[in-house]
Write a protein that binds this ligand. Sequence first.
Ligand SMILES: O=P(O)(O)OC[C@H]1O[C@H](O[C@H]2O[C@H](CO)[C@@H](O)[C@H](O)[C@H]2O)[C@H](O)[C@@H](O)[C@@H]1O
Ligand SMILES: O=c1ccn([C@@H]2O[C@H](COP(=O)(O)OP(=O)(O)O)[C@@H](O)[C@H]2O)c(=O)[nH]1
Length: 934
Amino acid sequence: MQENNCNSASSIPTSRLERLLRERVLRRSSKSSPSLEESRDTNGDLDNSGNVNDLYLSDGDRGYRDEDFSEGSALEKHLTDGCEKQDARVPKQRLLVVANRLPVSAIRKDDYSWGLEISVGGLVSALLGINEFEARWIGWAGVNVPDEVGQRSLTKALAEKRCIPVFLDEEIVHQYYNGYCNNILWPLFHYLGLPQEDRLATTRSFQSQFAAYKLANKMFADVVNEHYREGDVVWCHDYHLMFLPKCLKEYNNKMKVGWFLHTPFPSSEIHRTLPSRSELLRSVLAADLVGFHTYDYARHFVSACTRILGLEGTPDGVEDQGKLTRVAAFPIGIDSERFVQALELTQVKAHIKELKERFAGRKVMLGVDRLDMIKGIPQKILAFEKFLEENPIWRDKVVLVQIAVPTRTDVPEYQKLSSQVHEIVGRINGRFGTLTAVPIHHLDRSLDFHALCALYAVTDVALVTSLRDGMNLVSYEFVACQDSKKGVLILSEFAGAAQSLGAGAILVNPWNITEVATSIGYALTMPEDEREKRHRHNFTHVTTHTSQEWAETFVSELNDTVVEAQLRIRQIPPLLPKGDAVERYMHSNNRLLILGFNATLTEPIDTQGRRIDQFKEMELKLHPDLKEPLQRLCEDPKTTIIVLSGSDRNVLDENFGGYSLWLAAEHGMFLRRTTGDWMTTMPENLNMDWVDSVKHVFEYFTERTPRSHFELRETSLVWNYKYADVEFGKLQSKDLLQHLWTGPISNASVDVVQGARSVEVRAVGVTKGAAIDRILGEIVHHSHVKAPIDYVLCVGHFLPKDEDIYTFFEPELPTGPAPTARAKIANPLNRFGSNSAGVAALCRKAPLPIPSPETRTNSFLGNGNWWSHMRERMTVHEGSSVLDLRGENYFSCAVGRKRSSARYLLGSSSEVVSLLDELACSSSVMNISNARKD
Ligand SMILES: O=P(O)(O)OC[C@H]1O[C@H](O[C@H]2O[C@H](CO)[C@@H](O)[C@H](O)[C@H]2O)[C@H](O)[C@@H](O)[C@@H]1O
Ligand SMILES: O=c1ccn([C@@H]2O[C@H](COP(=O)(O)OP(=O)(O)O)[C@@H](O)[C@H]2O)c(=O)[nH]1
């Protein structure tokens, strides 16, 4: 067994980038050292005939057993151990690849035997290049197998290729694959919009198709779940399976789930037209890692999540309630070696010779596409026609070979496209053809691997005119086969490949037929040195950014999300132990409840659909379910309640005027008992000269940012863009801040507090933590407290700046960055117990006296640390205590926050309501039992 002499957790880099870089270095070094895996044969996983007989090696060949994988990935294990790799002979990680289509399509021979043919398409080509993992492929075999005998025999035949079938019946395939996937999601994701011929019919079929889509995804999930083993990585592919991550996580939240989209992800404005837009986004977000071919697609996805779901987009991904779904670009590649080496095969050389003879004296232009509307085949042919029209000299010197692989032939749109293409090709060939030659060779079928390689190799100009394309691997394959010819690639700027091969290709807008026709002329006559340079650039890219690299990078990041999540969890305080908080409340004699208002005691607003009722939410209202428990708590003589809010006095008066409690408005700058008048606790000499100029700036930005607003308070100003367009709001806030810093507040003593969607300017020293000191002094003074405070509950949805209130009662916390709450609660007693430096500790050891009215100085309301000062004085002169708080009786709790310096978290104001309700009930119970004892 390998010895672990590393100091585990301490050596895990905390930065994701550092971890990934380290992992990459290890991966590369392990490749250059011997491993258990035999080196691949020169043809990769495919045998020379292009069949999949040798797709996967058997377990036995690899020399290790299944249980070797049960403890999770070697890479992840390595990371969590924090060890440097000492032995490259680690077993491969088990990878479950889940895609709609298996790499093979099955053809039934009889009841018991099946023929397996390799499926055509970029996804299959890319994934066949992966050999670093112990992969199993789960998907649909492209055939309806209603009988059990057939299902059993096919399962067995596929098992030899490490493929696991998902059996979908004809109706589901029709509704899910032809309907929802290929007639709705596919065109939408390629900017072709939703179907709109017969709106009513569309609406009706949409419902049933979406239901079938969800059902099919559930069926995939069932099969994955059946074959899943702890430690496996589950990699879901494409738009067919957007619902799958959620289903898988429902089965097992520990499953490592990645989802990769092979198509473009459109602008959020397109995605928002989809009736099931939110459900799909949420399901995808259940994955740990979400990948796209390009940064643009990733950006669109994050933007859809922020705009449609109202979630937080960060540079790392999308955050929801503290859970981060990492979103990133992972551009796919091809198994370039396989193509380069194929050109040396005798069969391929023979094909090349044949083709050269066939097209002698003519330049060859090539198009290879599935017959799909996104590939822009009609546009390509029309551009070629225009070129021939304008350049008669080329008519007998060039040929366009167009391979149009039939695809999704059951979908009417695809049938229409086929006839349209035939019609155009016929017309052009009729127009420019001769007795012996036609300008367009159109093939309605696929070619085998060797024929395709040969065709790529003899081509002078490849023409890729996709109207939109996730990546387009044909362009990569062409480049890989061109090292001797150095032909030219004309590439649509709307293909993902334009981002990687754009520098070497001639980029075109496929809708602009004139531009494409001109580019054809340019490509056919391009000087050799320019062709050479362009080709070199692209060839280097294609041979270094391989499908192998792509898969390894994705899986390595997926493994890392688990490490990242563990590191993040360490920074998140635990949920409030409600039972304990209630129990301790019951058994204490003088309790202090400090409650925030906004998002703590207010009714939660449903933000799910981003259709927030702005007016309803802006009018802050006490949660209706809270009225009764609050009343009961206020009536308890052993309980003092302070509502401490950033809101102004009117808001608090309106909501709490009828209760017997303390109100602290504007972060505690104003205070009153509801039976008395407002007084100010503001520090003396608070300079407010800056207010007018800041107000001016806030007004300016409010006018220019639709759905933003600002609040003018006496000690602060808040500009809120919570309801505005998220991205525009953020841009505006940056601009606003820059304006403020360089102008109105450059010399003012103010604090600028940035909320998630707000900017607040306050006089320096206006924080809840600073105010509580003065507030407590006044309360103690006023209440003539008989017993020391022995229980404090401080609950709020406070801004980071105001979190000083949580630490006010934690005197032993070191200064500087707050330690994580989890660390803090590790030994709560200790914090209040051992160190006499803290104020609370001091109070407990030498109880503080209850102040007499005379102790209060006239300057109290303007005096900074009256409470602390008084406690110290009272310790010396008198014997009784105002605060006797033990660590376990202190509950600081942040509401609806992900990270906080509070000890605990609560999810929402509804949970606060239920907590306060339980506290109210518990004190009634105690009162009754005490009355009985008396
Ligand atoms: O399985 P089909 O319905 O016949 O379709 C074939 C595949 O087409 C799509 O391919 C995409 O993936 C390529 C590799 O990432 C990418 O280069 C290309 O731009 C995409 O169109 C589809 O996404 C796959 O799921 C299909 O299997
Ligand atoms: O006759 C053919 C035509 C195409 N392909 C393969 O189909 C894939 C097409 O992938 P691409 O990314 O270009 O587009 P997709 O069809 O996936 O949208 C490429 O790997 C081609 O090699 C094939 O095997 N035989």
